[in-house]
Design a protein around this ligand. Structure first.
Ligand code: ASP
Length: 328
């Protein structure tokens, strides 16, 4: 380390996932192991970066629930209020990584870099990407330019925002993409480059995350039965991944009205990979009718992320006008 260059102090919190696992060479099964496979990062970075690491959970990410996300958010909050870290890195299973990252983005109120990473291949597989991604994430979290950007996701040499990133492939190491917007930066062997600026960041310091919000996807020929079933299960909110620009088959309309009459807010996103929902079409079930009915249109989020946002928002309000504002 050059004279006068301050050693960075990075907090690493492990939550589980493939990055924390090993492959059994005989059976091919991937599972947790007695020693955390990312332990060696501290030794690798000795003399340049001070790593403090902690295993908060050892969970595959399909086992992660919103209450785990809140626990993680609180743990970060507590740690950074006690010690001056330069950045925070979270390792996480990739299946629900985007939901946890987006929750943290909405929850945390820090200017410090917060970076989430994971791996598609476990630590002892050929071409394992865990240690590499962790190293890249630590480099981004150590970088002053990564401040004030909300929560970032670093995988496969790319830096994405928690808001836009999504897992696009079941197995490819280039799985994390930000459709429509692309990454906001890249990492090279020696540098971290940001090429896009965040325009807006919101945060909601909620105390609980207990609301029940369901998510359903629309399809050709859909009727109201699924919507009624969700309504009858007494949820606090419903997200629908609608067709195209934000339209639903006309046979769903009565069930939607019954749901709204029961004071269950409905938030609409699109099942399309890109674009935002709009109240363009005037035919029965078209966006215009849905909006007039009181359905909230979410601005460019995926279904799972709109669900996280509605869970967070419902901790503060169930007023449709206020929800509209939060989602606009
Ligand atoms: N199924 C794993 C998980 O999300 C996948 C991964 O971590 O890459 O925990």
């Amino acid at each position: 380390m050059e004279d006068g260059v301050k050693m960075k102090r990075i907090l690493v919190i492990h939550t589980g996932g493939t990055i924390s696992m090993k492959e059994n060479k005989e059976t091919g099964e991937v599972n947790t192991s007695s020693q955390h496979p990312m332990d060696e990062i501290s030794t690798m970075l000795k003399g340049t970066t001070e790593i403090e690491d902690e295993i908060l959970f050892y969970l595959p990410s399909p086992h992660i629930r919103p209450d785990h996300m809140l626990k993680l958010g609180r743990a970060i909050h507590e740690k950074i209020s006690k010690k001056n870290y330069d950045g925070i890195v979270i390792t996480h299973g990739t299946d629900t990584l985007e939901e946890t990252a987006y929750f943290l983005d909405l929850f945390l109120q820090t200017r410090k870099p917060v970076v989430v990473t994971g791996a598609m291949r476990s630590s002892n597989e050929i071409g394992s990407d865990g240690l590499y991604n962790l190293l890249s994430a630590i480099r981004v979290a150590s970088c002053d330019e990564a401040q004030d950007k909300g929560v970032l996701v670093v995988m496969n040499d790319e830096i994405h925002t928690a808001k836009n990133v999504t897992k696009t492939s079941t197995s490819n190491v280039a799985t994390f993409q930000s459709p429509q917007y692309g990454p906001i930066g890249i990492t090279t062997k020696s540098e971290v480059f940001f090429h896009h600026k965040m325009t807006r960041h919101e945060s909601y310091p909620i105390q609980n995350i207990n609301k029940r919000v369901s998510l359903i996807k629309a399809y050709a020929g859909m009727d109201g039965s699924l919507i009624d079933a969700v309504r009858e299960s007494q949820v606090d909110g419903l997200i629908i991944e609608a067709l195209g620009q934000g339209n639903l088959p006309p046979e769903t309309v009565d069930a939607l009205k019954r749901t709204l009459d029961d004071s269950i807010p409905i938030v609409l996103v699109s099942r399309c990979y890109q674009g935002i929902v709009q109240d363009t079409y005037g035919y029965p079930g078209g966006g215009r009718e849905l909006k007039e009915m009181g359905i909230v249109f979410a601005n460019g989020l995926t279904g799972p992320k709109a669900r996280i946002k509605l869970m967070v928002a419902l901790e503060m309000t169930s007023n449709l006008t206020e929800l509209e504002h939060i989602f606009s």
